[in-house]
Design a protein. Structure first.
Length: 188
């Protein structure tokens, strides 16, 4: 696993071969962050939530690029331990790795984030419901962005909060935006 950019740029972390996680490819991750840089100035106090964090590849990239706070949620004990180890190695306190079930975490979470990224297993039967669950739980700040990584067989284009879709090889990202507060909208 390689960090693409930021203060930990070019750092590599060896992911154990026994891991079941499917890390986002470097090509897809680099392109994703090119798109995200149009939405955020990561040095500007951004908070992020990484759901189904797997290897923590997205979490470490967010920290490396300057996110103030990243909450990384992963259920698998080995994966959680690996994320914790990586954050300890880079000596950061800006990432909180939680070992928890994502759906239970979302229901109980009372914090809101500027950016939420979710990379669930593509075969997860609840995957199509994740955008609705994120919005129902109120996890995004007004104007916040939710990015869902998924397989090619799903389309979220009809979702009311859907804004765009990007694909890089076999990796697909759907972007969703939380509504801006009424007083923040430009007047015509």
């Amino acid at each position: 696993m390689r960090v693409i950019s930021g203060i930990y740029r070019h750092r590599r972390f060896d992911v154990p071969r026994t891991f079941k996680a499917r890390p986002t490819t470097d090509f897809a991750k680099e392109n994703l962050f090119n798109v995200l840089s149009n939405y955020f100035d990561f040095d500007g106090g951004v908070t992020a939530l990484d759901l189904f964090a797997g290897t923590g590849s997205i979490s470490i990239e967010l920290v490396s690029r300057g996110c103030d706070r990243v909450v990384s949620v992963e259920k698998d004990p080995q994966h959680h331990a690996f994320i914790t180890k990586v954050m300890r190695e880079v000596k950061t306190d800006r990432c909180i790795a939680l070992r928890a079930d994502v759906f239970r975490y979302m229901e109980r979470c009372r914090e809101q984030f500027d950016l939420i990224f979710a990379d669930p297993p593509y075969a997860l039967k609840e995957l199509p419901s994740i955008p609705d669950r994120v919005f129902a739980c109120g996890l995004l700040k007004p104007g916040g962005l939710f990015v869902l990584e998924h397989g090619k067989d799903l389309s979220f284009a009809e979702h009311p909060r859907f804004t765009e879709h990007r694909h890089y090889g076999s990796v697909n990202f759907s972007f969703f935006r939380a509504e801006e507060p009424a007083d923040a909208r430009p007047t015509l």
